[in-house]
Design a protein around this ligand. Structure first.
Ligand SMILES: *[C@@H]1O[C@H](CO)[C@@H](O)[C@H](O)[C@H]1NC(C)=O
Ligand SMILES: *[C@@H]1O[C@H](CO)[C@@H](O)[C@H](O)[C@H]1NC(C)=O
Length: 430
């Protein structure tokens, strides 16, 4: 006990901020992109966020959108009072002479840096009024990603990027000419903080450049994502070159990164209401797999077999197939009164998720209409179901890949370390 206390004190001392450790407060915009003013799910918006998350992991599904362009007729909640934690973003500064500031979505699930280019307007999928002035060094080549449902492409430049006073020089910046498929993002730019092994540009990420250019003394960054419902939303922050001891408490559990692509770690199991989710056929545990820790999505995605076993432990849960026939993602609803206790197990330690984070909002009959299922509409007319944060889809053939987004990270402070053995660490968020 005493040893533990001393260790904690030593750890706290080692973690005290140094000259090279800067933290920025990431303002939370609670844009009600997923729900309406009364807490009901906005089907098209939800499906857009899910589609974007799946695309990021190479799953190019076209989700049903039967009412996509006529269903959004209800006013969205005022962003100051909606109580949702959908997007977290801060500012980045691009350039040195005549620096430009963009709102930025910091995304540990991708590895490129995108800003809206001069010609990229709302119709082309870009948000925000500031457009990159292209004062950097033009590389004379482009980066593009094609989806079944759209394309993201832009011109590569080298420029200086500054976040909270820390500058990476000669950073590859993609000046977007087209961003169809990015339109669900509330911020105007996107900074990938995964490993450059998955960069579409093939170039180092901002944080890899900070390390390479010796701007940070510790090769790690960390996220605290607050929860609007608890009044901590505006305390959200990204810390670069260290971790902020004021934002977490108790033990820090280090989980090794298996492959330097995403921040991909072993997920040992999922525990529901105190019990391991049901074992699959042939003794295979469908809840055991890898998890990509992803600040860039609000949702959790699990391999298709896993949610079935997870939700079989939650009475009254209702699977909803988004595409007819086999294949395609499944989302899940449960009675709105359900308060399941779900924990993800990393490094054989259970990390619980607050039940309120699992409930995204109430499903109305128009969800059935949007996905083209009248039976579902009828069910939702009769009974009150709420949508759950875990969707099911097989993202990586041959392995069980989860995407673990903000639903989980609101509960657990996360630290991303690049040391020779890369790791993600979790500690209880304050
Ligand atoms: C674009 O040009 C830069 C500078 O010459 C180079 O480093 C980079 O690899 C090129 N990218 C592609 C996709 O060809
Ligand atoms: C419609 O939804 C219900 C409830 O999720 C499901 O049982 C049924 O199979 C669905 N029908 C089609 C055609 O997908």
């Amino acid at each position: 006990m005493q040893t533990f206390l001393i260790l904690s004190l030593v750890t706290a001392a080692l973690c005290a901020p140094t000259a090279h450790e800067k933290s920025i407060k990431v303002p939370v915009t609670r844009k009600a992109l997923l729900t309406r003013a009364n807490g009901d799910i906005e089907p098209a918006k939800y499906l857009g966020v899910l589609q974007r998350t799946l695309q990021k992991y190479g799953k190019d599904v076209q989700l049903p959108n039967k009412l996509m362009f006529c269903g959004a007729n209800e006013p969205l909640k005022d962003k100051s009072q909606d109580g949702l934690d959908i997007f977290y973003y801060g500012n980045i500064v691009v350039g040195v002479q005549g620096p430009q500031t963009f709102t930025c979505d910091f995304d540990t699930g991708s590895a490129d840096l995108f800003v809206p280019g001069p010609q990229c307007d709302a119709a082309a999928g870009c948000t925000g009024t500031t457009k990159y002035d292209q004062q950097g060094v033009d590389e004379g080549n482009t980066t593009s990603v094609t989806y079944g449902s759209g394309m993201v492409s832009g011109e590569n430049s080298f420029d200086s990027i500054t976040v909270a006073g820390l500058t990476a020089k000669r950073q590859n910046v993609i000046s977007l000419t087209n961003a169809q498929g990015f339109s669900t993002s509330a911020s105007s730019s996107l900074m990938g903080l995964a490993f450059s092994t998955i960069a579409k540009s093939g170039q180092p990420t901002y944080f890899e450049n900070l390390i390479e250019q010796s701007v940070v003394s510790k090769n790690e960054f960390a996220f605290y994502l607050g929860r609007a419902a608890d009044g901590t939303g505006d305390a959200s922050e990204l810390t670069q070159g260290g971790r902020n001891p004021g934002k977490f408490t108790g033990a820090v559990t280090k989980v090794p990164v298996k492959t330097r692509v995403y921040w991909r770690v072993q997920l040992d199991k999922v525990v529901v209401n105190g019990k391991s989710a049901v074992l699959g056929a042939l003794g295979l545990d469908p809840t055991r797999g890898d998890a990509a820790i992803d600040t860039g999505t609000s949702l959790l995605v699990a391999p298709a077999a896993a949610p079935l076993s997870i939700y079989s432990r939650i009475p009254g849960s209702l699977p909803i197939q988004l595409l007819e026939g086999a294949g395609g993602p499944t989302v899940f609803a449960f009675p709105c009164s359900a308060k399941p206790h779900v924990a993800l197990t990393f490094a054989w330690t259970n990390f619980a998720v607050n039940p309120q984070d699992f409930n995204i909002g109430r499903l109305t009959p128009d969800f059935g209409e949007v996905v083209g299922n009248n039976t579902l509409s009828a069910i939702l007319n009769r009974e009150s179901y709420c949508l759950v944060a875990i969707a099911g889809e097989d993202l990586d053939p041959g392995s069980y890949l989860y995407v673990v987004g903000d639903t989980f990270l609101k509960n657990w402070y996360s630290v991303y370390s690049y040391d020779s053995a890369a790791s993600v660490s979790f500690a209880k968020a304050v």
